[in-house]
Design a protein around this ligand. Structure first.
Ligand code: 6GU
Length: 231
């Protein structure tokens, strides 16, 4: 069972997000338990303040360290990175993180607990990244207003890799990126739609020819859309 704790100032953002498709099935099967938590519940002041102005000046507010350290301690019993056990990861979602990849998703899928900290785009006190988290992760080269959509992306990518989470056990290994290429194109009925034909070889039932076509079509798709993957 993988436990996922999400620390956020918008817990309601996740209200229905995990109630669909593979994630819903994985939850129902007892493969994963996902709990959003309100960062404000780890504040001790009357107004539940989680942010403050940046030292050195500048625009925007910065998430304070104390509630984040308190949240991680209450969820993991650890106050520093070196005290976090091997099977647990504390992940800060931020545009300054390392690019999240399929191989990192596979690592996370083997863990017993993931604690996800959703940053705000203005920033999180750097002592969180320096001393508390095991991983600082970005989902791509664009700026989101907060880490919440990135947490959804990460949770989806990880959960579908947990053994038993997918209906057909082959799909996780035959799809995009497992062999460094994009997935091959898929077609279904009808064989002709508004003058657009399905490639004839797919209608023949010749499995070797179909496998060869798919390999070449995947390479062509990769050359066209993601030439960086071929280098
Ligand atoms: Cl994880 N957070 C934010 N705020 N922006 C991002 C991101 C994360 N990944 C890409 N852009």
């Amino acid at each position: 069972m993988l436990r996922v704790d999400i620390i956020t100032i918008f817990p309601d953002y996740f209200r229905e997000a995990f109630d669909y498709g593979i994630i819903r099935r994985a939850k129902a099967a007892g493969l994963v338990d996902i709990q959003p938590h309100d960062l404000r519940s780890w504040t001790s002041d009357r107004h539940h303040v989680v942010d403050d102005r940046p030292f050195g000046g500048g625009d925007g507010m910065v998430l304070k360290p104390e509630p984040i350290f308190a949240a991680v301690e209450s969820l993991t019993s650890a106050r520093r990175r070196e005290d976090i056990p091997g099977g647990k990861r504390v992940v800060l979602l931020s545009p300054q993180g390392k690019q999240f990849t399929q191989s990192q998703a596979s690592e996370f899928a083997k863990c017993e607990q993931l604690v996800l900290i959703c940053g705000r785009y203005e920033g999180v006190d750097e002592r969180v990244a320096e001393s508390l988290v095991t991983d600082e992760v970005s989902i791509g080269d664009y700026v989101l207003s907060g880490g919440e959509p990135a947490a959804l992306v990460l949770v989806d990518a990880v959960i579908r890799l947990i053994p038993g989470a997918l209906g057909s056990e082959t799909s996780a290994t035959t799809e995009s990126f497992s062999d460094g290429l994009l997935d091959y194109p898929h077609y279904t009925r009808p064989p002709e739609f508004e003058n657009m034909r399905v490639p004839e070889v797919l209608l023949t039932g010749h499995h070797a020819d179909i496998a060869k076509w798919r390999r070449e079509a995947a390479e062509e798709k990769t050359r066209k859309n993601r030439p960086d993957l071929l280098k």
